[in-house]
Design a protein. Structure first.
Length: 196
């Protein structure tokens, strides 16, 4: 009989024990674009199509690797949007700020002069020995509307060291890497359009 009385008492006692709080989710965006030089308008309209990404690069969790083989996801650390949307919107904003085109869309309505497609090849934090860095690689294809061959097709890669191993430091390094890639792509795009 005493045993049956003890069981509910133990249940009540264990349910009153405080559980540690669950970790908080953290969400990150790329740093704001700065120092964008404005150019004269050289094309009427550009469509930046939603970037392609394979596997883990489509998910919002921030990725990292500690060797050349395995990629892991941070728990509780996420991008505010999927990397393919995040990078698409960031490029569209970069193009808008430059004034290269009258209209920059993030959809394709069928009448844009240029269609830009991107594919994420790498977008992760590298944590190798004592060195931490952001590793970003994006492949771009630019087509003129109603033409079958691309006018620009190139992959851009940047590795930018971060100050420490923290996620916030990695986000700053991601921002620098993406800005550098977009600056190189923009210069190539401008040169390509001028030669057409």
């Amino acid at each position: 009989m005493k045993r049956y009385i003890l069981i509910p008492f133990l249940f009540i006692l264990t349910s009153c024990v405080k559980q540690p709080p669950l970790p908080t989710d953290h969400y990150y965006r790329l740093p704001a674009l700065q120092g964008i030089n404005t150019d004269k308008e050289i094309i009427d309209s550009i469509s930046v199509i939603n970037f392609q990404a394979d596997g883990l690069y489509r998910e919002r969790a921030i990725l990292y690797s500690e060797n050349e083989v395995e990629i892991k996801q941070y728990h509780y650390h996420h991008w505010v949007d999927s990397p393919n949307r995040l990078l698409q919107e960031y490029l569209a904003e970069r193009l808008r700020l430059s004034n290269i085109s009258k209209v920059v869309l993030t959809t394709f309505e069928g009448n844009s002069n240029l269609i830009i497609k991107g594919k994420i090849k790498a977008f992760e934090q590298k944590r190798l020995s004592s060195k931490n860095s952001a590793f970003v690689s994006i492949e771009f294809r630019v087509d003129r509307n109603n033409e079958s061959q691309p006018i620009l097709y190139k992959q851009y890669t940047q590795v930018v060291d971060s100050e420490d191993s923290s996620v916030t430091s990695a986000i700053s390094a991601f921002g620098i890497a993406v800005n550098s890639i977009y600056e190189s792509f923009y210069n190539d795009l401008k040169e390509t359009i001028a030669l057409q």
